[in-house]
Design a binder for this molecule. Structure first.
Ligand code: ZN
Length: 418
């Protein structure tokens, strides 16, 4: 009787549940797309995940060294000396940092002699030291990594950050996306509700588990109905930059904003009532309201002309970009390390931090732009683009671009490359 119940009732239910699980598992994997034209990408190895804490139960605690940590675990000083020596050809154990995890291998007998160590340098690097016939032998083990391409899409409702959260995407990637389009879109003031974005990014895996993000391969940002496309072009592993499908560079001579995410609180005006001086005075720059300490970046590469206190401007930086262009950044709380007159700065480099020094009522950045020594409104300038894809590489670029764009889920307002 029991056997009958099993055959007619329980077995079909178990069978159906099994099929449901398989289907569910299959469907939950569909967001991953292959990088190249490969029809069947190699499947990611099934993950047998053992927590790091279990594999490497010990940790170098803050303010301690490898020696002090090992001595606390009753490893004889002589053994510590021997393993540090043995490790020298493959890794310097005297320089390990707090937070590194490790494992000690002991013999199972009552003497429990120490016969091995495993030091986890990073998610993919490990140093193994074993006692073989009385001598310590060290070996560096690098875990093989795999790369796959993951795509994400989002729709802005409240903010760009919130849209990343909605898309269950690492906020690091939305910052990278904003970086790619920093020349096209001013993320401090131009993001609108219903703006859409899309990106394909390399994900690095170790034993089937997320380890790190690689490069964003292609991205799209639809700002107020206008699509902006970016495609990464690499030659022999070296990044040549992001280009439009037509091969135009997304880089310009100047970034659209010296602050990544801030709000414009006052625009360039020929006449304005000054809130402190109580007189009408021109406002020959753009103010960005941002919390004190927000990093300020050089909008273009150049040489620091001034980094000093400058009257009502408080702590001020002035950069000379070339014989035509200069920019100034005022009311800073402090300068970044190495920022002094004569220092070279790269576009996007952090030069200082938002403050409230000089004639200022609240933390903000006052940003000025000069062309041939005269103040201009940076928000109304159109700056020249960097070099496009070289003509001899255009064919290669377009075929790579076509593969990348084919892999994405169709977004609105898409234009196919010629
Ligand atoms: Zn101002």
């Amino acid at each position: 009787m029991n056997k009958k119940i099993f055959r007619w009732l329980i077995a079909p239910i178990l069978g159906a549940a099994f099929i449901w699980c398989c289907v569910h598992f299959y469907l939950s994997r569909e967001t991953y797309v292959p990088l190249t034209e490969q029809e069947n990408p190699p499947p990611v190895a099934p993950a047998a995940v053992v927590p790091v804490e279990e594999l490497f139960p010990h940790e170098i605690t803050p303010k301690s060294t490898l020696s002090s940590s090992l001595r606390k675990l009753e490893v004889p000083s002589q053994v510590i000396h021997q393993i540090v020596e043995a490790a020298k050809p493959v890794g310097d154990l005297t320089k390990v940092k707090a937070g590194m995890r490790f494992q000690i291998v002991k013999t199972p007998d009552p003497n429990s002699e120490v016969v091995g160590f495993k030091f986890r340098f990073s998610a993919i690097e490990m140093l193994e030291i074993r006692k073989l016939n009385g001598t310590w032998v060290a070996e560096k083990i690098v875990e093989p990594t795999e790369t796959r391409v993951v795509t994400f899409s989002g729709n802005v409702q409240v903010s760009l950050w919130e849209s990343a959260e909605q898309a269950k995407m690492d906020p690091y990637l939305i910052a990278e996306l904003a970086e790619i389009f920093a020349f096209e879109v001013d993320f401090a003031r131009e993001v609108r509700a219903n703006d859409e974005w899309h990106l394909s990014v390399e994900e690095k895996l170790v034993r089937g588990q997320h380890y790190a993000w690689g490069s964003i391969l292609e991205a799209q940002f639809i700002n107020a109905g206008e699509p902006h496309d970016a495609i990464l072009f690499r030659m022999n592993g070296e990044k040549l930059g992001y280009f439009t499908p037509e091969g135009k560079s997304l880089r310009r001579m100047f970034l659209k904003s010296p602050i990544k995410f801030g709000r414009i609180s006052s625009r360039f005006q020929k006449a304005r009532f000054h809130p402190i001086l109580k007189i009408s005075r021109p406002h020959l720059g753009v103010d960005y309201a941002a919390p004190a300490g927000t990093p300020i970046r050089a909008v273009g590469s150049g040489v620091i002309k001034q980094a000093a206190w400058s009257g009502g401007g408080g702590k001020t930086i002035r950069i000379r970009h070339n014989s035509t262009y200069e920019t100034a950044y005022k009311h800073l709380s402090r300068f970044a390390d190495g920022i002094r007159p004569g220092a070279n700065v790269q576009q996007g480099q952090t030069i200082g931090y938002v403050g409230n020094t000089g004639l200022s009522t609240a933390p903000h950045l006052h940003f000025e732009f000069y062309i041939a020594g005269r103040y201009v409104d940076p928000l109304s300038q159109k700056f020249p683009s960097a070099d496009p894809v070289p003509p001899e590489l255009m064919k290669q670029f377009q075929s790579e671009a076509a593969i990348l764009r084919k892999s994405r889920t169709p977004a609105k307002a898409e234009t196919a490359p010629q």
